[in-house]
Ligand binder design. Structure first.
Ligand code: CO
Length: 140
């Protein structure tokens, strides 16, 4: 059911510092602008790789959902993986039917790529927070 690995989410206390590391140490050359997603409580910046992206996320505001993660992992760390699915509602219902726990209300929200996303609780996913996103229209 899952398709392409769209991105790996990496929480960081500083997108600026992470961009510098990906650029200066790992040699990445393509980055999106940093932008805010206030409803999700995060700043986002994408590191563009030949086959995928790293989604750098930094807390935005006082009630950010990644604040607790950064308290446990002060330097940041791998936060979630995101797979593309052809139909987000079909995927959500199938995941529920198979016993996975959809976070929040289960109603897809618009993610950083402008398409609907849901998150699956790590307890049913081998310890990994899984994001499912509708395939972007101009999928590469
Ligand atoms: Co993500």
């Amino acid at each position: 059911m899952i398709g392409k690995l769209n991105h790996v989410g990496v929480a960081t206390p500083s997108i600026g510092a992470s961009v510098a590391m990906y650029r200066d140490v790992l040699g990445a050359t393509s980055f999106s602008d940093r932008f805010a997603m206030p409803e999700q409580g995060v700043w986002v910046c994408f590191v563009n790789l030949p086959n995928s992206q790293i989604e750098l996320i930094e807390p935005y505001g006082d009630a950010s959902p990644i604040t607790a993660f950064l308290e446990k992992n002060p330097k940041g760390g791998q936060h979630h993986v995101c797979f593309e699915v052809p139909d987000i509602i079909e995927a959500r219902d199938a995941m529920r039917a198979k016993g996975a726990t959809v976070l929040g209300t289960g109603e897809p929200r618009i993610g950083a790529h402008g398409v609907p996303v849901i998150f699956l609780h790590p307890k049913d996913m081998g310890g990994v927070l899984v994001e499912l996103m509708a395939e972007p229209k101009a999928s590469h």
